[in-house]
Design a protein around this ligand. Structure first.
Ligand SMILES: NC(=O)c1ccc[n+]([C@@H]2O[C@H](COP(=O)([O-])OP(=O)(O)OC[C@H]3O[C@@H](n4cnc5c(N)ncnc54)[C@H](O)[C@@H]3O)[C@@H](O)[C@H]2O)c1
Length: 362
């Protein structure tokens, strides 16, 4: 990572640290902290075997426990006494959250409040809490009318989507920037991520705990789940192309996303944990550029010599039309910058998938 911190005699506790992002930061955390402890329930939707993931660096202590259970924190916090917490554990399926709202709310919201209550009950406080929030808090974000004025278009409805009216007529989307764009989630998942942010900020300010809230765009790359059907569009596209299929593109294929390689997210999160500066409001983390889903799919199809992608006109409730981040604040506060572009990232992802055992074409 860019700001290569010296190793500190501190303990970091990572919730959900056995997942995609948790494994990717584990080596770097061992270099930066004296002790690294992960609390993760090895959720079967992510961890098929139920065993410690190979990607979790040796030297990281794994405690298998549920963050929503108060007993977890009464057991863990007095013994671990973390200086820094990186809170990653979450239910992450955007579409799934509309059908399983209670499950997402329970883990994401109650799981967060249980962690915070655990600190108070056990009379210990961390110095800093880093939260992996999401671009999902913005919903459709802010769009600019032809007269230059910003407005919030709200949620797209089945009525307009059924008519293939994908964009908001007469307006252009703008980059997501926490300093300027209000959150307005359009999925239960997004609403729970915003609730996490609000609960953490209110609590942390009251107790003088520092926060680093990072709103991540679409993360992809080596280590991404190849079995979770609810997340990971890039790995799904790779598995389709690997099987010789033409990748189906929802809407008109021109949905914009900011794809950020896992290595760049890992460096941002570790910077959030060790940086000298924190920031009172959330920071946006992405590549800082958008690509259309069609472009990403074409790049993947070319990598596998698969047929060209095709537009289906289907859509998914809860998906937003366009999303990309303005990363200028994150760069200046964290001293961080992404290093990989989409082409380089897709090569890394596909090379990794090629050597995974038992990977099945989709
Ligand atoms: N991957 C992305 O594209 C992305 C984008 C924006 C935000 N985020 C956020 O980053 C964080 C990590 O995402 P990820 O991609 O690593 O997800 P992941 O699903 O790979 O990892 C989440 C981990 O949390 C664990 N977990 C789930 N419920 C738990 C519970 N009740 N108790 C303990 N552990 C539990 C799972 O076992 C898993 O190891 C999440 O908070 C997510 O909202 C991810």
């Amino acid at each position: 990572m860019q700001n290569s911190p010296e190793k500190r005699m501190e303990t970091v506790l990572v919730t959900g640290g056995a997942g995609f992002i948790g494994c990717a930061i584990s080596e770097s955390l061992l270099r930066s902290f004296n002790r690294v402890v992960v609390v993760d329930n090895l959720h079967p939707q992510i961890h098929e075997s139920g065993e410690r993931p190979l990607g979790l660096a040796d030297g990281v202590e794994l405690i298998e426990a549920d963050i929503t259970d108060s007993a977890t924190w009464d057991r863990v916090l007095p013994e671990v006494n973390p200086d820094v917490v990186i809170h990653l554990a979450a239910e992450t399926g955007t579409g799934q959250s509309l059908e399983e709202a209670t499950r997402h709310t329970h883990v994401n919201v109650v799981g967060t409040s249980q962690l915070l209550d655990g600190f108070i009950r056990n009379k210990t406080l961390p110095r800093r809490i880093v939260l992996s929030s999401s671009r999902a808090v913005y919903g459709e974000g802010a769009w600019r009318k032809e007269d230059g004025k910003l407005f919030y278009p709200g949620q797209r409805t089945s009525e307009t989507l059924d008519k293939a009216e994908w964009d908001f007529a007469g307006a252009e989307p703008t980059a997501m920037n926490a300093a300027e764009v209000f959150p307005a989630p359009v999925s239960v998942y997004g609403a729970t991520k915003l609730a996490q942010e609000n609960i953490l900020q209110a609590w942390a300010k009251s107790y003088g705990v520092e926060t680093a809230i990072l709103r991540l765009q679409n993360v992809y790359g080596p280590g991404q789940s190849l079995i979770n059907p609810y997340t990971g569009i890039m790995s799904l596209f790779c598995r389709m192309a690997m099987g010789g299929r033409s990748i189906p593109l929802y809407e008109d294929g021109n949905v914009r996303r900011d794809f950020i390689l896992i290595d760049d997210v890992a460096s941002a999160i570790v910077a959030g944990a060790v940086s000298a500066q924190t920031h009172p409001t959330p920071l946006d983390i992405g590549s800082g550029e958008f690509q259309t889903i069609g472009t990403a799919a074409e790049t993947i199809a070319a990598r596998y010599a698969a047929p060209a992608p095709h537009v289906t006109g289907q859509y998914r409730q809860g998906d937003v039309r366009h999303a990309w981040a303005d990363i200028s604040a994150a760069k200046s506060v964290l001293g961080w910058a992404p290093r990989y572009n989409l082409e380089q990232g897709i090569v890394r992802l596909a090379d990794w998938i090629d050597v995974q055992p038992d990977v099945k074409p989709a």
